[in-house]
Ligand binder design. Structure first.
Ligand code: NAI
Length: 605
């Protein structure tokens, strides 16, 4: 099916020639109404002429499209946006493309050269995008393009002013991508290379001819389309080729002296090779991710004992470790607190079944089974297990599998035994595969959990990368989900969920979560797990929690309390496959999920 923009209103700045003209023509040809902005100045920003915009508008109209001209400078962003609102009543797409060049070697660059270039490129994009922002928010949709340049990424002789402004646009776009995601507003960067008056003196003639701006326009138009999920990306395009940039960072090294706790200049000199060594690297893709990794490394180095080398005992010697039985007692109140923690309400169809101990169907949610199984795991960070020597702050929950063999009683005294099935070496960290068997008072096996725990910064011990013990995640089918359910968590969801046992301050204390690089405390992954399984029970088990036999899912991204969890579900033989995303950001938070259901048949779909 052809890609169309019917009903959309696009503002293209600097569209009187070059790349902007191609963008405007293509969008209009595909049904968008276009505001063609250009003040028609010289390449260095002097003068002004309304003909540039008028000619493009005429071209569009001549081929049956809709367009209006605007001759204001992008520095007066609100006037450009007002043109769109006056004529078309809305604004969906902003392509910040206007630009000028005032190239000089750095020593000869005047303040005016600096200011003019910044005013058009960076300030102009800020002004236009900010004027459009509230209108995009109102319609819960927006696509913004910033135009950067390879000169911004790498620098270029004679372009100090231009390259600084162009990289500034990358920062601006990345922040708008973050702030806009929950309003359906996406912002991306295009790095074009095309034949235009700005490049005719720079590009060799044979290359110049192959680089028509028309090769860039479809890529930019796709980034502006409602079906394009790209947000916060930097895409380069030239002559029919397109690719994406990302940041790469070396593993680096903590240079702090273990004894003095200070960084000395000598430490820096001696460690420099490791600071800049890119042979081990990562690709941080958010402020949060980038900061979290660094904080974890600092904490790891602080927690290691200078007199003791932790690699004396390989983490592999932990494989097979089996704990003593760890007792766990609970009663109806624990079940109710857990159910409230995963968002059950007295207003739900089956709410009282989990919230009222005198309800005749009073039951445990199947995912309550993870709670006893977590109770023995503190031992992992006690330093008592040979080969395991790491800090709690470096631990992330990777995946969770559970099998329920008998109905979970509504109260009882259970015993857990955990066993380290495997220790995997993932380079940047290690994965501990831990099986927990939970038995009831008759010593009968009630459930089996498998926790996959990722420990940042503890890899590189020549261990295996994969394990035959790991219960695999699923691959969701490409068809649209058979059922979709959503649940809006409350701002106090994590405060409530933690009462079931996981008291990590990361989920409640803003100061602590800030150290971990999070903008606010995050919801427990297992809380989202509980919400997703409730969706499957409601969607496919007619509300019967007893039908659930096995559950598996991977924790991909955190959810913030107050956000909405959307669960997409597909029936697949005796299983329901599922994955969850955060409605406000569109990010997947739980992936590869599957649930095996007893007595599952087609009639339940
Ligand atoms: P161009 O000079 O043909 O187009 C720029 C347009 O912006 C001109 O029509 C100009 O009148 C207009 N303009 C300048 N100042 C303005 C203002 N204050 N308000 C409104 N309009 C204004 O150049 P080209 O090559 O099409 O460049 C488009 C964008 O792509 C620019 O931002 C440029 O820096 C960027 N770019 C282009 C590359 C290329 O290979 N052509 C490479 C990297 C970036």
């Amino acid at each position: 099916m052809s890609v169309r923009f019917d009903g959309r209103v696009a503002l293209v700045t600097g569209a009187g020639g070059g790349l902007g003209r191609s963008y405007a023509l293509l969008l209009a040809q595909r049904g968008a109404k276009v505001v063609v902005n250009d003040l028609g100045g010289s390449k260095s920003g002097g003068g002004g002429d309304s003909r540039a915009a008028d000619l493009v508008v005429q071209e569009i109209r001549a081929s049956g499209g809709e367009a209006v001209p605007n001759y204001d400078s992008v520095e007066e962003g609100e006037k450009l946006v007002q043109s769109a609102l006056n004529v078309y009543g809305r604004i969906d797409i902003v392509i910040n493309n206007a630009g000028i060049l005032r190239d000089k070697s750095f020593a000869r660059l005047s303040e005016q050269d600096w200011d003019l270039v910044h005013r058009v490129h960076l300030r102009g994009a800020f002004k236009v995008s900010q004027a459009a922002w509230p209108h995009m928010k109102k319609i819960n949709f927006g696509r913004i393009i910033m135009t950067s340049s390879v000169a911004g990424i790498f620098g270029n002789f004679g372009q100090a002013n231009y390259s600084a402004a162009k990289l500034g646009l990358v920062g601006l776009s990345n922040t708008l991508a973050e702030e806009g995601a929950r309003f359906g507003i996406h912002s991306n960067v295009i790095i074009p290379m095309a034949a235009s008056r700005l490049t005719q003196d720079i590009l060799p003639p044979e290359v110049f001819d192959a680089l028509s701006p028309d090769h860039i326009a479809p890529i930019v138009a796709w980034l502006c389309h409602e079906d394009c999920e790209e947000n916060g990306s930097i895409v380069e395009a030239a002559g029919g080729w397109a690719g994406r940039y990302r940041w790469q960072r070396s593993k680096g090294i903590v240079l702090t002296d273990q004894r003095t706790k200070m960084v000395s200049l000598e430490n820096v000199k001696d460690g420099w090779e490791k600071v800049i060594d890119m042979s081990e690297h990562e690709y941080p893709d958010s402020t949060q991710g980038a900061t979290m990794d660094v904080v974890a490394r600092i904490q790891e180095s602080m927690s290691s004992d200078p007199g003791h080398s932790s690699d004396e005992v390989s983490p592999l010697s932990a494989v097979g470790y089996t704990s003593k039985p760890v007792p766990f007692s609970y009663n109806f109140k624990d079940l109710i607190i857990y159910a409230l923690g995963v968002g059950v309400s007295t207003k739900d169809k089956h709410g009282l079944r989990y919230l009222y101990e005198n309800d005749e169907m009073f039951s445990a949610l199947p995912t309550f089974g993870v709670i006893p199984a977590m109770s023995g795991l503190e031992d992992l960070v006690s330093g008592n297990i040979p080969g395991l020597d790491f800090h709690l702050a470096n631990v992330l929950h990777g995946e969770q599998y559970m099998e329920i063999l008998k109905p979970i009683p509504t109260s009882g005294r259970l015993e857990n035994i955990f066993r380290i099935q495997d220790v995997l070496d993932k380079g940047s960290g290690m994965v501990l595969l831990i099986e927990v068997e939970t038995r009831d008072e008759n010593n009968e096996l009630l459930m089996r959990n498998q926790n996959s725990i990722f420990v940042k910064g503890s890899g590189g011990f020549n261990g295996p990368r994969n394990s035959k013990h790991l219960t695999p995640v699923s691959t969701p089918p490409s068809r649209s989900p058979d059922k979709t359910l959503k649940h809006k968590t409350t701002v106090d969801q994590a405060a409530l969920y933690r009462l079931s046992g996981d008291l990590n301050p990361l989920h409640i204390d803003p100061a602590f979560s800030a150290i971990g690089g999070f903008s606010s405390p995050i919801l427990h992954g297992l809380c989202t797990y509980g919400i997703a399984v409730r969706h499957v029970i409601d969607g496919f088990c007619a509300g019967d929690p007893g039908a659930v036999r096995e559950i598996k899912a991977r924790f991909s991204k955190p959810v913030l309390p107050g956000q909405t969890v959307i669960t997409e579900m597909w029936k697949d033989a005796d299983k329901v496959l599922f994955s969850c995303q955060v409605q406000e950001t569109g990010e997947k938070c739980l992936t590869g999920g599957w649930i095996r259901i007893q007595g599952f048949n087609n009639s339940k779909l």
